[in-house]
Design a protein. Structure first.
Length: 212
């Protein structure tokens, strides 16, 4: 009942400032610029005061938490909500439009912090004549690249699809009006899977380093 009420509220929302912000292609830039400014301060003033083991712990926590939230949101919670009989396609579209755009913006913030921490960690390893294998670097890159592709290309296409659902009465008519959506949706799920794999590998690798 609570879920149905929430969907009903979301579906009747006007194009308020939050909706426009989340759907705007420039919103990611508005988040990225101040996030980078804060991260420059952290990189120069905060991270140097922390030990290599502490940086490793932060990386393990970030990757593990990001993995858990992504897996729950994309592969457990979303299929459950989509399958609810009390929620129609229009309500699902409006709710999904807000949720996916919101989570992408949060992932942008997390990726800025995580990438900077990894660069700091990598530099310290190299300064100690250590070795950073390509497998770990690739695992770090997977979620960042996936998040960027989703935010820059896939989500804008899905937002457009959400806007055309309201006047459409059946699946056949929707498919005829937007034939490209099935491939966009599959691509989104594919990048989400890459993201989960990369985060799982990175979280396990950094976690194992803390046991040494």
């Amino acid at each position: 009942m609570l879920c149905a009420t929430f969907f009903s509220i979301i579906s009747t929302m006007s194009e308020n400032s939050l909706t426009r912000f989340l759907s705007s292609p420039w919103s990611s830039v508005k988040i990225l610029v101040p996030a980078l400014a804060v991260e420059v301060y952290l990189h120069n003033r905060v991270w140097p005061k922390h030990s290599l083991r502490q940086i490793t712990l932060y990386l393990a926590l970030i990757n593990t938490y990001w993995f858990a939230t992504t897996f729950n949101f994309s592969f457990l919670e979303t299929p459950f909500l989509v399958g609810m009989q009390s929620v129609d396609k229009q309500q699902n579209a409006y709710c999904g439009r807000h949720r996916f755009n919101w989570i992408n913006k949060m992932e942008l913030l997390v990726s800025v912090v995580g990438l900077d921490l990894f660069c700091e960690w990598r530099q310290r390893i190299l300064d100690r004549n250590g070795f950073v294998d390509t497998f770990l670097s690739t695992a770090i890159a997977f979620p960042i690249v996936s998040m960027a592709v989703q935010g820059a290309y896939l989500l804008p296409r899905m937002n457009e699809r959400a806007r055309i659902i309201e006047p459409i009465s059946n699946d056949k008519e929707l498919y005829e009006k937007d034939r490209v959506f099935p491939s966009v949706h599959r691509a989104y799920i594919g990048f989400e899977s890459l993201k989960v794999v990369g985060l799982a590998v990175a979280g396990i690798r950094f976690g194992k380093m803390l046991t040494i």
